[in-house]
Design a protein around this ligand. Sequence first.
Ligand code: PGA
Length: 268
Amino acid sequence: MTTKTFIIGNWKQNPENIKKAVTLAKGYVALTKNYNLKTKNLSLGIAVPFPFLSDVIKTVGKNKNVSVYAQDVSAYNGGAHTGEVSPTQLASVGIKNVIIGHSEKRIASDTNKIVAMKVENALQNKMCVTLCVGEEVREKEGGAHLAFVREQLNSACKNVSKFETKNLMIVYEPVWAIGKNAKRVATTDEIHEMAIFIKRELMEIFGKATGNSIPILYGGSANGENTKEIFNIHHINGLLLGRASLDIKEMARIIKVIPLEAAIASKK
Ligand code: PGA
């Protein structure tokens, strides 16, 4: 089981220009120098809008503690797909990581089928995939949220081989807990229930050992205040952050409260 921690800032459609993007990226690089990420076995990621990828990659330079992610990728690796960006194009500017199936993309256009095609295309082209899943609404009773996530997971993983799972992470993001219109923050019990459920589903799909080795992250109104509590949850290996990712001081608060690798290993 992995004890590596992933903290990924999803900048979404921010900031508004390249200058601000480079300044923000410099802030992330500085974080890796101010806090000892190695002892936490912490990998810091930033998911950056397409036009800023090259400059952010240059800003990060050889710093191995920061990984740059694209926020999406095409379901195809070339050809007549206006507005789409292929894995090969991303690789050519140094991008190896991609988020797929973020709820904002799913709401705009991405069906389960499209998400599955993107996952397959990205993995086949040697990218590392961070796959987002999560229910849109949470009923007070019943297991509709579990069935919803089961469907998302099974369809996205349908064409993924056991071997390819080493390049796969799952993020549980309940849609109702994301962004400034979030209804409320997910409780630790809700996150725990879903983390166990996702783990079981992954074990079902890929077999016990392989399924168990796939990291599970949480996203949705995570911040410096609630990070510690979320990290105490069994099976949670990291966070995907939206609003907090645009504020370096908040990111520093988050990194500070992440426990050391040894402390995590003894709990998970
Ligand atoms: P939030 O966004 O942290 O602003 O709720 C999370 C996300 O959409 O990944």
